[in-house]
Structure formats: C-alpha cells, structure tokens
Design a protein around this ligand. Structure first.
Ligand code: FAD
Length: 526
C-alpha cells in the first residue's frame, strides 16, 4: 500500500481545530478511497441522478448475484422484488431529492430470483453548484437479523397468549418487585384485592415463611406452592396457593456486551383456592360437630347415670341410718327379722348402685397437645352460629393476636367452651331484654391464657356464684331437663388442665365467666 510522505502526515501542527473534512481527506491519497469502497463488506453502488448504476463494488455483486456488466447502466429498480410499497419509494425519493440521506428496508431480488431484505442507506452527492449529481447507495442483507427478530416477537406473542389464557394468575416482577407482565387472571385479582395483589401476597408469604423467604430470595431458589390467606374488610378472607420461580436474563445493554451481567425476575403464580378451603373447612367443622355430639352423648349418659347414682345414694343413706338406729335399739341376743331383712335390702341396693356406677362410661381418652384457644373458640362460635343467629344475638369476638398455646385435650376444651357458650345463649334467651349480646375474648397473661365469656342475660347472684359449680345444682326447673352438671363438668375439665374457672363478681350487666388455663410454654400444671 502506498505511503504518504512524512510531511503530508497529520500532526498536531498541521491539524487545526478548524480543519474541514476536505482538508482531512488530503491526508489520504485518492486511490485509498477507491480501495476502501472496493474492499468494503457493505454493498456499495454509485448512480447518476436517475438511479442508473454507474458503479457497484464486489460486495454489491456478491449480495445481488449480478456481474458488474449485467447491472451497469441499469436502474437500481433492477433489484426490486416489487412488493415494497410505493409509498416507501416515494418517501425515499422525496428525501433524497431534498439532498438528505435516506435509510430504510426494501425487499430485493437477487439474479437467481431469491429474495433478501436490504437495509439501504442512500446519500445524495452534491456538486459545488449545489446540484445532486450522483447517489451513493450502501446496503446489507439483514434477512437473518429480521428472521430472528420476528421469531423472538412470535415467541413473545405466543408466550403472552398462553400466559393470558392460563387459568391461574401469573405475574412477572423485576428485582424491585415492579410488575413487568401479567395475565387476565391477575388483572381480575386487581379488581378483587385492589392494587397490587402481588405485593400483598409476597408480604403475606414473607410473614409466613420468615427468614426462609429471604434466604430463598437471596439464593433465587424456587418456592413451592404455599397457602396464603388474605384478610379483606367486610368480606370473607380469600385463600391463594402461591408459588415463586426465578429466571435470569443476560443484560442486553451495550455496557454488558463484554462484561455480562444478569438480571433476575420473579415469576409468581397464584391460584385462588378459597372455594376449596371453604369446602375443607365445612368438612372439618362437620367432623368436629359429629365428634362433639358423640362426646355430648357420652357425657349425657355419664350425667344421667351419675345423677341416678346420686339420687339413689340419698335414700340409701337414709335406710342405712334407719338400719343403724334399729341395730342400736335391738336387745342384745334378740333377733329382729325386719332389721336383718332391711340390712340385706341395703346390701343389695348398694350392689345395684355399684353396678350402675360401673356402667358410667369413662371420659374418652385423648392425647395432650399444644392447643390454640383462638382456634377452638372460633370453631365453637362456628358450631353455634345457627343458634346465635336464630336467637338474634350480637356476637363480639376478640381473639388474641399471636396467641400462646396451652397444653390440653382439644375435644375436652372444645366441649368446655361449647357448654359455656350454650349457657350464655340460654341466659340471653331467658332474659328476653333488648340487649342480646355475647362477648368472647381471649387474652394472653404472663403465665396463662385467659378467656372471657360475657352475656347480657340475668347474671348470677353473689350467693350462687360458687354453688353453680356444684354437681346437680341448677337454677332451672325440672321441666327444663337440666341436671345441673354443665358447670360442674366445665370446672372438672378446667381443673384437669390445671386452670381455674370463676364468675366475675364485679360484672353487673349479665354474667362474665372467666377461664384461666396455663400456657404451654410456661410452668404448666397439666
Ligand atoms: P418507479 O416507477 O421507478 O418509482 C416508484 C416511485 O418512486 C415513483 O412513483 C416516484 O415517485 C419515485 N421515483 C422513482 N424514480 C424517481 C426519480 N428519478 N425521481 C423522483 N422520484 C422518483 N430500489 C430497490 O427496490 N432496491 C434497491 O436496492 C434500490 N437501491 C437504490 C439505490 C440508489 C442509490 C437509488 C438512488 C435508488 C435505489 N432504489 C432501489 C430505488 C429505485 O431506483 C426505484 O426507485 C425503485 O426500485 C422503484 O422502482 P419502480 O420501477 O418500482 O418504480
């Protein structure tokens, strides 16, 4: 290659800041320009002002498949496949006629008839008088680039339509948890839960999983389906099964070309399982109802037999007293056949009472376990819903947030609170006043869990406050089928759990029963 003489080479001295491109061109010998064009990888052509080809470089010949002699003197339209809209050419010509470069895409046809997409730039060449004398055309085959772009676009459209028709809500979030993509089901959730469901559900998952969530997030580990509950004001809570998966994308920015960096995206899939949960809950409550009614039946039998034993023991004791009296009055050595017969009758009666006592069924054995009183109380309220609604009773239920567990027998505790709620409902019905209120609260104390059951019934007088816990004590008439064992049974259950039950003497607008049960984590007596 020819070298410029040393004095013609550009130096700091001979390049002034005002040097024009023309001056700069003087530093390059004219034949270099020709070589640049000849050896360029771009298809370059030079035409006259009417687009007749005057020159085409080897790359042009390779791209179009024409030999030079086949195209010289021909219009560039030789390459047109005739599907490019007329408007494109009109715009192109309007632009270059105004001596402005034009850039665009044309569908070209090679000599062999095959088509290619040409990305063409046309630059007008203007003489010293300001006339366009020539056009410089530079194009490259971008068919493959276009094919890949279209393929990506098609795949994106396909994925979007599949995601859109999916029956689960799907949402894609960036690392700042901003929504990038969502589907129709997710949009429905926005209508139901308000903006932004993903933020709400992720917060619920974080609370539920604690550190495990942060760990999975930092390591981009997938999280399998988790059931999450969303509380809604004035509406039933909704349940969702949420799963998280991550995918990473290479940064497509120019900065990341040689230093690849990855971006992580969070894909959250959400399935509404509220209906399933409702069904499961209904089944659970029904089984609980069946279990408690079986226990009630056994308890009823226990009460009836215990009552019968109690009732028989009274007269028997009297007979025993009479027999003792007769024995004391008997002359020594004399026989008193009636006394002997009485003695025998008493003996037989004792045996009958013992047989009856042996028939009293045992309390059903149940393993001691960690029990959440909030859950038990809300279950019992659910079981009593029909009777509460039927009696028009207003219920105020105050569960203890993050309540501590107690160690106990779930069925016995369930029966205990069911009994206390039933007593309260009965007392409210008895009062028939305008206030028909039942208030239940669960409170965590330093060493125990405390449950209050308050009703707006007639209340219990001071003199009866302790008596009501005695077996067979009842304020109800015999016709009301009350044995007076309900509170005795309640006290028995509470005592077996190492707790206490009492009636608040200071509560005057009805009855307030207070149950204290030792906490499982504390010094349990159970
Ligand atoms: P034409 O009848 O030639 O033109 C269609 C419309 O273009 C007309 O209605 C008119 O509005 C406008 N037009 C055409 N010629 C002129 C003109 N001389 N002055 C003003 N307006 C005009 N075309 C390709 O298809 N592929 C190429 O690779 C290609 N490369 C080109 C490179 C250069 C440097 C130049 C200057 C043009 C190039 N062209 C190319 C455009 C080509 O010259 C034709 O204009 C085009 O192919 C349309 O041809 P046609 O016979 O279908 O319609």
């Amino acid at each position: 290659m020819a070298q410029l003489p040393k004095d013609k080479l550009p130096t700091e001295k001979n390049i002034s800041s005002s040097s024009s491109t023309e001056e700069a061109a003087n530093f390059v010998p004219p034949h270099i320009f020709r070589q640049v064009v000849e050896q360029s990888a771009l298809a370059i052509s030079i035409t006259d002002a009417h687009a007749s080809i005057l020159y085409a470089n080897p790359a042009f010949q390779r791209t179009s498949g024409y030999e030079l002699h086949e195209i010289l003197g021909h219009n560039e339209s030789l390459l047109s496949y005739r599907v490019t809209p007329k408007l494109v050419y009109e715009t192109m010509w309007a632009q270059i006629k105004r001596q402005r470069p034009w850039n665009g895409l044309l569908v070209n046809k090679r000599k062999d008839g095959s088509r290619y997409l040409a990305e063409l730039t046309i630059s007008p060449v203007v003489d010293e008088q300001g006339n366009t004398t020539h056009y410089l055309g530079m194009h490259r085959d971008v068919t493959e680039v276009h094919r890949l772009e279209r393929q990506v676009q098609n795949q994106k459209t396909l994925i979007e339509s599949v995601v859109d028709v999916a029956q689960v809500a799907i949402v894609l979030l960036d690392e700042q948890e901003r929504v990038l993509l969502d589907n129709q089901e997710y949009k429905k959730l926005i209508g139901d839960l308000g903006k932004e469901p993903a933020t709400r559900l992720l917060a619920a998952m974080r609370t539920q999983m604690g550190k495990a969530f942060d760990l999975a997030q930092s390591k981009h580990h997938n999280i399998a389906a988790r059931e999450v509950c969303v509380e809604l004001t004035n509406r039933a809570a909704r349940w969702f099964s949420c799963a998280i998966s991550w995918f990473e994308e290479q940064d497509v920015g120019a900065d990341a070309f040689y230093e690849p960096s990855r971006r992580h995206y969070l894909l959250l899939t959400i399935q509404d399982i509220s209906e399933l949960k409702r069904q499961q809950e209904a089944i659970r409550i029904n089984s609980l109802r069946a279990l408690l009614s079986e226990q009630e039946r056994i308890q009823g039998l226990r009460e009836t037999l215990a009552g019968a034993v109690y009732q028989l023991e009274g007269p028997l004791n009297m007979l025993a007293a009479v027999s003792n009296m007769l024995e004391r009055r008997r002359e020594p050595g004399s026989e008193l056949p009636a006394a002997t017969a009485l003695e025998e009758a008493i003996q037989k009666s004792h045996e009958a009472v013992e047989t009856l006592r042996a028939c009293i069924p045992d309390q059903t054995s149940e393993t001691m376990q960690s029990v959440n009183l909030n859950d038990i109380l809300s279950d019992m309220l659910k079981l009593c819903t029909a009777s509460l609604l039927g009696a028009g009773i207003v219920v105020e239920w105050q569960p203890q947030p993050n309540s501590e567990a107690v160690l106990g027998h779930p069925a016995q505790l369930s029966n205990l609170f069911k009994q206390l709620i039933a007593n309260a409902v009965e007392a409210i019905n008895e009062q028939r006043g305008p206030r028909r209120e039942l208030r239940i609260a669960c409170v965590t104390r330093p060493d125990c869990m405390e449950v209050f059951i308050e009703d707006s019934g007639p209340g219990i007088s001071d003199e009866l406050r302790f008596k009501v816990f005695q077996p067979f004590f009842t304020t109800k008439s015999a016709t009301q089928q009350h044995l007076g064992l309900g509170l005795a049974m309640a006290q028995d259950v509470v005592a077996r759990h190492g707790g206490t039950i009492d009636i608040d003497p200071d509560f005057r607008s009805g009855c307030r029963v207070r149950v204290q049960l030792p906490r499982a984590t504390g010094d349990s007596h159970v």
